[in-house]
Design a protein around this ligand. Structure first.
Ligand SMILES: C[S@@+](CC[C@H](N)C(=O)[O-])C[C@H]1O[C@@H](n2cnc3c(N)ncnc32)[C@H](O)[C@@H]1O
Length: 254
């Protein structure tokens, strides 16, 4: 929906999110979820049931995620992924979601190839990345709308990062963003198969984000864990990280 009336043309929308089949409206529907596009804000997901003020809108330029991107130095996340001194591993993020983790990793200097399988989440993320295209970190981040399952076992180097949807709530009151994600994906797969594929790859390390008290993915005990308050990172080292693991091996591939 474009409340200001076709400011974004259908041709532009189809070019920006070619995987989406769009039905154009200028008024919010009475029921269900809908996407709203505004020139200043870009794309947002809203829900008639939740109310017009609540929305899922990804923004890396302003607000909390912009501050997190700028502030990051020694986050647990970057340590888990193997960032140390000058080593910045090339990362395949198999579960991009809202891109909160991938954007931080790109900002500290990692090249990131990210996959997001949900069409609406991928459209919101692609739009947010388009609005961030002037940021240096954005040059290091490539987002693909595809299922990572088929590619993970073929990853030849670097680190694989997985953050599948949590089956249980991470906190007593999940954020609006997480509520929207759970509404979009009520039966999200556990991620067990993603881990199995990742462990067959030639990556140096696989890292899985879990809620602090959740059992390990696929019941497979990690070699070590970095424990935070609400979440932890399970580490599955496959070999020693080397300088070669920092090369974005996917560049030049089609
Ligand atoms: C919990 S969210 C990830 C959050 C993310 N780490 C962040 O920082 O915003 C999980 C995401 O993984 C996506 N996903 C799950 N399985 C996938 C797969 N096989 N391939 C690509 N994306 C997948 C889901 O659609 C969802 O958007």
């Amino acid at each position: 929906m474009d409340p200001s009336g076709q400011v974004l043309s259908r041709a532009q929308a189809e070019q920006a999110w070619p995987w989406m089949s769009l039905e154009w409206q200028t008024k919010a529907p009475a029921q269900g979820h809908y996407l709203e596009w505004e020139p200043a804000q870009g794309l947002a997901l809203k829900s008639s049931e939740v109310g017009p003020r609540s929305r899922l809108h990804i923004d890396y330029q302003h607000g909390p995620q912009a501050r997190r991107i700028k502030a990051v130095s020694g986050e647990l996340l970057t340590r888990a992924l193997g960032c140390q001194q000058r080593l910045r591993p090339a990362i395949v993020d198999g579960t991009f979601g809202l891109g909160h983790d991938s954007t931080v990793l790109a900002n500290v200097g990692c090249h990131v190839l990210a996959f997001e399988s949900h069409p609406v989440v991928a459209a919101l993320a692609a739009d947010a990345l388009q609005r961030s295209r002037e940021s240096t970190w954005a040059e290091r981040l490539t987002l693909v709308h595809a299922d990572a399952q088929t590619v993970l076992s073929e990853v030849p180097a670097g680190v694989i990062y997985l953050d599948p949807m949590f089956q249980e709530a991470r906190r007593a009151a999940p954020s609006i963003e997480m509520q929207f994600l759970h509404q979009l994906m009520p039966d999200a797969p556990s991620g067990d198969a993603l881990l199995a594929a990742a462990l067959q790859s030639k990556a140096a390390r696989v890292v899985v984000k879990r809620s602090a008290k959740a059992p390990p993915l696929a019941g497979r005990a990690p070699a070590s864990t970095l424990q935070g308050k609400a979440v932890r990172f399970d580490l599955y080292p496959l070999r020693k990280l080397q300088a070669d693991d920092c090369e974005p091996w996917w560049q030049g591939l089609h």
